[in-house]
Design a binder for this molecule. Structure first.
Ligand SMILES: NC(=O)c1ccc[n+]([C@@H]2O[C@H](COP(=O)([O-])OP(=O)(O)OC[C@H]3O[C@@H](n4cnc5c(N)ncnc54)[C@H](OP(=O)(O)O)[C@@H]3O)[C@@H](O)[C@H]2O)c1
Length: 287
C-alpha cells in the first residue's frame, strides 16, 4: 500500500454499488481517507474497511450534505477531491416522461452535484483540491429515449466547463469523466424504470413509442454486455484524481473514446443516421 496519500481525504457520492463502490475501494487501497456517500446503513456496513469511511449521503438532502461537511472538517486533513458520482437514469421519450421523473433525474444528476460541490468548495480552495464529475458519453451525444438522462449529463458538461475556468485561477482543477457502457447495476435499474415508464404511457403513446423503447432496451443490454467492469473504470477515476495536471476530460471505454472524437466533426444529420443504424443493428442482434 502506498502511504503518500495518507493525509488526504476524498469525498465520493453514490458509493453503494458500481463505479462509486469500486472507486472508493481503489482509492482507500491507495492510502486516501475516503468518505464514501451511501443512502442505506446496510450499504455502509458492506463497504466499511480501513481507509474507507461510509457516510449517509443523499445528494438531494441538504442536512446530510451539511453533516458530511462537518465530518470533513473534524478530520482536519486536506480534501484532495470531491467525486460527484451519484447518478440516476430514467429513459423514455421526451413526450411521455412524467415531469416528476424529469425533476428526479435533474435533482440527483445536476442539482445534487451542484449542492455537494458548493458545500465542499471552501475545503477545496484551502487544499487546492479538485472536482471530479462523473458524466457520461450520453453527456456528449443524445439517443432516442435519453432526453432526460442526456439532458442532465449535458448540463454536467456545461457546468463543469464553466467551473473549470472559474476555478483555474484559484488552483482548483475540474475534471469530467465520461464512461461509455459499464457493467453496473445502472442497466438493471434503468430497465426496470423503463418498463414502469412504458406502463404509465397512454395507449396512443405506447403505440407511437413502443419500438423506440424496445430499441432502447436492446441497446442498453448490448452496451452493458460489452461494457467495462467497474474496477477497470475506477482506474481512470484514480488517474483523474491523482494526475499532477489532470486533463479536462477522460473517457472510459472504447465506445466513449470513439464517440467523443466523432461528434467533433460529424454534422448532426449524419450523426443521427449513424445512431439510427447502430440502434437497428443492436436491436437485430438481440432478436
Ligand atoms: N453504467 C453505465 O453504463 C454508465 C455509463 C455512463 C455514465 N455512468 C455514470 O456513472 C455513475 C455511476 O453509475 P453506475 O454505473 O455505477 O450505476 P449504479 O451502480 O446504479 O450507481 C449509482 C449510484 O448513485 C447512487 N444514487 C442514486 N440517487 C442518489 C441520491 N439521491 N443521492 C446519493 N446517491 C444516489 C446510488 O445509490 P443507491 O444504491 O442508494 O440508489 C448508487 O450508489 C453515474 O453518474 C452514471 O450516470 C454510468
Amino acid at each position: 500500500m502506498s502511504t503518500s496519500y495518507e493525509n488526504e481525504v476524498i469525498v465520493i457520492s453514490g458509493a453503494s454499488t458500481g463505479l462509486g463502490a469500486a472507486t472508493a475501494r481503489l482509492l482507500a487501497e491507495q492510502g486516501f481517507h475516503v468518505l464514501a456517500g451511501v443512502r442505506r446503513e446496510q450499504d455502509a456496513e458492506r463497504l466499511r474497511r480501513p481507509g474507507l469511511e461510509p457516510i449517509l449521503l443523499d445528494v438531494t438532502e441538504p442536512s446530510q450534505i451539511a453533516q458530511l461537511v462537518e465530518r470533513m472538517n473534524t478530520l482536519g486533513k486536506p480534501l484532495r477531491a470531491v467525486i460527484n458520482n451519484a447518478g440516476f437514469a430514467a429513459n423514455a421519450p421526451v413526450e411521455t416522461m412524467p415531469l416528476e421523473t424529469w425533476r428526479k433525474v435533474f435533482d440527483v444528476n445536476v442539482f445534487g452535484l451542484i449542492a455537494l460541490t458548493q458545500a465542499l468548495l471552501p475545503s477545496l480552495h484551502r487544499s487546492k483540491g479538485r472536482v471530479v464529475n462523473i458524466s457520461s458519453v450520453g453527456g456528449r451525444v443524445a439517443l432516442p429515449a435519453f432526453g432526460a438522462y442526456s439532458g442532465s449529463k449535458f448540463a454536467v458538461e456545461g457546468i463543469s466547463d464553466a467551473l473549470r475556468q472559474e476555478l483555474a485561477p484559484h488552483g482548483v482543477q475540474v475534471v469530467v469523466v465520461e464512461p461509455g457502457g459499464m457493467r453496473t447495476d445502472m442497466a438493471v435499474r434503468g430497465e426496470e424504470m423503463a418498463h414502469s415508464l412504458l406502463e404509465r404511457m397512454t395507449p396512443e403513446q405506447r403505440s407511437r413509442y413502443n419500438d423506440t423503447m424496445q430499441t432502447f432496451l436492446s441497446y442498453t443490454a448490448s452496451m452493458e454486455q460489452a461494457g467495462v467492469s467497474s474496477e477497470q473504470a475506477a482506474k481512470t477515476v484514480l488517474r483523474a484524481v491523482t494526475a499532477e495536471r489532470s486533463r479536462p476530460r477522460y473517457t472510459i471505454g472504447r465506445d466513449a473514446a470513439v464517440m467523443s472524437r466523432l461528434i467533433r466533426f460529424l454534422p448532426d444529420r449524419l450523426l443521427d443516421r449513424m445512431i439510427a443504424s447502430t440502434l437497428r443493428r443492436s436491436s437485430k442482434a438481440e432478436r
